[in-house]
Design a protein around this ligand. Structure first.
Ligand SMILES: N[C@@H](CCC(=O)N[C@@H](CS)C(=O)NCC(=O)O)C(=O)O
Length: 217
């Protein structure tokens, strides 16, 4: 299994966490987002959307991190990263999609690039945009965690004692918020989930700085 990805890409990080939790070996193929390799003809032929991650297994090729998580869940069912109970499963997906649909796309590199190169926004305005959507998005995520704790959910993961898709999505987004120096003090439950997760071996294995294309110093 080949995974085209980039060490700092949070969508790639989601998939790397799931692969590590499931103990699946893969071949890491770096796509350098800093040099816009994702826009090269060679990569666009593989993924016309021009983004990572991209999973390739034989002649089967799949983009979209959430579709990849689902594919892995079906093909490598153990350990399960979605609960069996229908409502519990929906809650996990609700949090995962809050990150994947409401936070990540509007702060994606191509959006930030467009803001600067086409609309001429300054670095400070770009940072304000980023921080604004992180704040709105993480506030909603925090409330989902508050609701879960009010239902009796104890953690230390987002939903209970085992990692789920919610953690696969939350951890990379929270890491991005910290990297972009956003104020995260209003999200103590999300912070606690993040702190717990990054201390676990599978999450550490999937972390950006542990990847072969990360800067070595
Ligand atoms: N919805 C897609 C988004 C993929 C995506 O755009 N990933 C980012 C990295 S986190 C990327 O490759 N950005 C490159 C760009 O925007 O040019 C997914 O979940 O896989």
């Amino acid at each position: 299994m080949d995974l085209y990805n980039y060490f700092y890409s949070s969508t790639s990080y989601r998939v790397r966490i799931a692969l590590a939790l499931k103990g699946v070996d893969f071949h890491y193929i770096p796509v350098n987002l800093r040099t816009l390799e994702q826009r090269s003809d060679a990569f666009l032929q593989r993924n016309p959307a021009g983004g990572v991650p991209l999973l390739v297994e034989g002649d089967f090729s799949l983009s979209q991190s959430m579709a990849i998580l689902d594919y892995l869940e079906q093909t490598q069912p153990s350990p399960a990263l979605l609960p069996k109970d229908v409502q519990a499963r929906a809650r996990v997906m609700e949090l995962g999609f809050a990150v994947a649909c409401d936070i990540h796309p509007i702060n994606n590199q191509r959006v930030l690039r467009y803001l600067q190169s086409e609309l001429g926004v300054s670095d400070a305005q770009k940072q304000a945009w980023y921080a604004h959507w992180i704040a709105e998005g993480l506030m909603a995520v925090e409330q989902l965690l508050v609701n879960e704790r009010a239902r009796g959910g104890v953690g230390p993961y987002a939903f209970g004692t085992q990692p789920t898709w919610a953690d696969c999505c939350l951890v990379p987004q929270f890491a991005n918020a910290l990297r972009m120096q956003c104020d995260v003090s209003a999200y103590p439950l999300a912070q606690a989930v993040y702190d717990h997760c990054i201390a676990q071996a599978a999450f550490a294995q999937a972390a950006p700085m542990a990847q072969p294309d990360a800067p070595q110093s």
